[in-house]
Design a binder for this molecule. Structure first.
Ligand code: C5P
Length: 281
C-alpha cells in the first residue's frame, strides 16, 4: 500500500529582504502560511525502486529529472540516516511551478515526511531538518506546513499562530525564476537594510508588511502588476500582495464567501490565469 501526503502551497504573507550575504543568498524575514485547497499530492510505494514519476496539470518533463526536489530531499536524508528505506515516489503537480508558491519545496517536505513515516523517524529529528535545509531554503518551513516566521535564508522557522484567513491566489502562468528575481533586486554582496521587529499583533504584521521582491519581479513578469491591480480594484480584499518571488499574487478577505465570490469574478475577468480561493493557516 502506498503512503500518501499532501504538499500544500506556501504563501508569503510578508517578505522583507534584510540584505545580501557573501554566499549569494539573501537574509529574509517572512511571515508564511499554507493553502488548504491548493496542494500537490505525493505517494511513496515502499516496494517500488527508488525514483519519481510526475503527472497532473503542471507536470513538465524537467520535473521527471534528477533535479527534482523530491529526489534531492530523499538523497539528502539517505546521506544522514544509515540504511534508510526508500521507494518509488509518484507526484501529482497541481500547484503552478516557479510561481512563488513553494511547490517544489512543498513536494520535497512531503517526501521527507513520507520517509520519516516509513522509517519511524520523529517529526523533529534533526537529520530531517538538516536534509530539508540542504534541499532548499523553503523546504524547512514546508515540513510542518503551518504558519511560521522564516528568517536566515528561510531555513530558521518559528511557528506563529494565525487565524485561518480566507484568500484568493492568482497566477498568470508565467514562471518567475527565483534566482533571477533576487538578482534583479540588485543588492551588492554584504549590503544590508534595517529590519523592524514585527508587531505582536499578527493582523497588524500582515497589514503593515510588504513583499520587497515585488518591484524586481514586476520587471521580469509585468503581469504581476496587472494581477495586483485586479485584486485591489475589482474585489473588496483587505490586502493585495505578491507571494515569494512571484508571479502569484494574493488577496486576503474577511470571509470565505467573499473570497469565493472574488475568485469567481477574477476567473471570469482573467480566463488565462490560474485562480483559487482557499483558507490560509
Ligand atoms: O534555496 P533555494 O535553492 O530555493 O534558492 C534558489 C535561489 O534563490 C538561490 O540560488 C538564490 O539565488 C535565491 N535565494 C536567495 N536568498 C534566499 C533564498 C533564495 O538569494 N534567501
Amino acid at each position: 500500500m502506498p503512503l500518501r501526503e499532501r504538499a500544500p502551497a506556501k504563501v508569503n504573507l510578508t517578505l522583507h529582504v534584510l540584505g545580501r550575504r557573501d554566499d549569494g543568498y539573501h537574509d529574509l524575514d517572512s511571515l508564511t502560511a499554507f493553502a488548504g485547497c491548493a496542494a500537490d499530492a505525493l505517494t511513496l510505494e515502499p516496494a517500488a525502486p527508488f525514483g519519481l514519476t510526475v503527472d497532473g496539470p503542471f507536470a513538465r518533463p524537467a520535473g521527471d529529472g534528477d533535479d527534482n526536489l523530491v529526489l534531492k530531499a530523499a538523497r539528502a536524508l539517505a546521506a544522514r540516516v544509515d540504511g534508510l528505506a526508500l521507494g518509488g515516489f509518484a507526484l501529482t503537480k497541481r500547484i503552478p511551478v516557479a510561481a512563488g508558491l513553494g511547490g517544489g519545496s512543498a513536494d520535497a517536505a512531503a517526501a521527507l515526511r513520507l520517509l520519516a513515516q516509513l522509517n519511524g523517524l520523529a517529526n523533529d529529528d534533526p537529520r530531517l531538518l538538516d536534509a530539508a535545509a540542504e534541499a532548499g531554503s523553503d523546504v524547512p518551513v514546508c515540513l510542518r506546513s503551518r504558519a511560521a516566521r522564516m528568517t536566515g535564508r528561510g531555513e530558521v522557522v518559528t511557528p506563529v499562530e494565525i487565524a485561518p484567513t480566507p484568500a484568493v491566489l492568482m497566477n498568470p502562468l508565467r514562471p518567475a525564476p527565483t534566482a533571477e528575481v533576487f538578482r534583479a533586486l540588485g543588492l551588492a554582496p554584504g549590503e544590508t537594510r534595517d529590519g523592524d521587529a514585527p508587531p505582536d499583533d499578527v493582523a497588524a504584521w500582515i497589514a503593515r508588511g510588504r513583499n520587497d521582491l515585488e518591484a524586481a519581479a514586476v520587471r521580469i513578469a509585468p503581469e504581476i502588476a496587472a494581477g495586483l491591480l485586479m485584486l485591489a480594484s475589482q474585489t473588496g480584499c483587505r490586502t493585495a500582495r505578491m507571494s515569494g518571488s512571484g508571479a502569484t499574487v494574493f488577496g486576503l478577505f474577511g470571509s470565505p464567501q467573499e473570497a469565493r465570490r472574488a475568485a469567481r469574478a477574477l476567473a471570469k475577468a482573467a480566463p488565462a490565469w490560474w485562480v483559487r480561493s482557499t483558507m490560509l493557516r
